[in-house]
Design a protein around this ligand. Structure first.
Ligand SMILES: [Zn+2]
Length: 139
């Protein structure tokens, strides 16, 4: 007996979710592009397109921390979106990376690319903040 019905509701949900994630991904890339366009002029533009293709952001030497932060947050979301799409394909979507508990539906609705439950995310952010050490102030 095969448990995987091709037209099960779950399957449909997953497809819809995948579509949603891909759409969101496109949107974030667009946002990032327009953001980059604001910050970067001339020949640097070309490398900026490469960056979106390769995901290698180290080519940028943006000095303004604010700019970096804005772009970094887009980058983080893109990484998470890719991760979520991969997890969706693997069937582990919606499971916390750290404690392996289900991430709440409410949280996934607001943050469809969440890879951690709220508690673990808070822990991770705290840890990140303390890893960065004194000198970098988070708002
Ligand atoms: Zn967790």
């Amino acid at each position: 007996m095969c448990a995987k019905g091709s037209s099960s509701g779950e399957d449909r949900d997953r497809k819809a979710l995948r579509q949603g994630l891909l759409k969101l991904r496109e949107q974030v890339i667009k946002d990032t592009e327009s953001e980059l366009a604001r910050y970067i002029k001339g020949e640097d533009r070309e490398s900026c397109e490469n960056v979106l293709d390769t995901g290698d952001w180290s080519v940028f030497e943006l000095t303004d921390t604010l700019k970096i932060n804005a772009l970094e947050s887009h980058r983080q979301i893109l990484i998470k979106l890719d991760e979520s799409i991969r997890k969706l394909d693997e069937g582990s979507y919606g499971v916390c990376d750290d404690c392996e508990e289900d991430i709440s539906k409410g949280r996934l609705k607001v943050l469809p690319f969440a890879t951690r439950c709220r508690d673990c995310q808070e822990d991770a952010e705290e840890k990140e903040a303390s890893d960065r050490g004194p000198g970098s102030v988070t708002l």
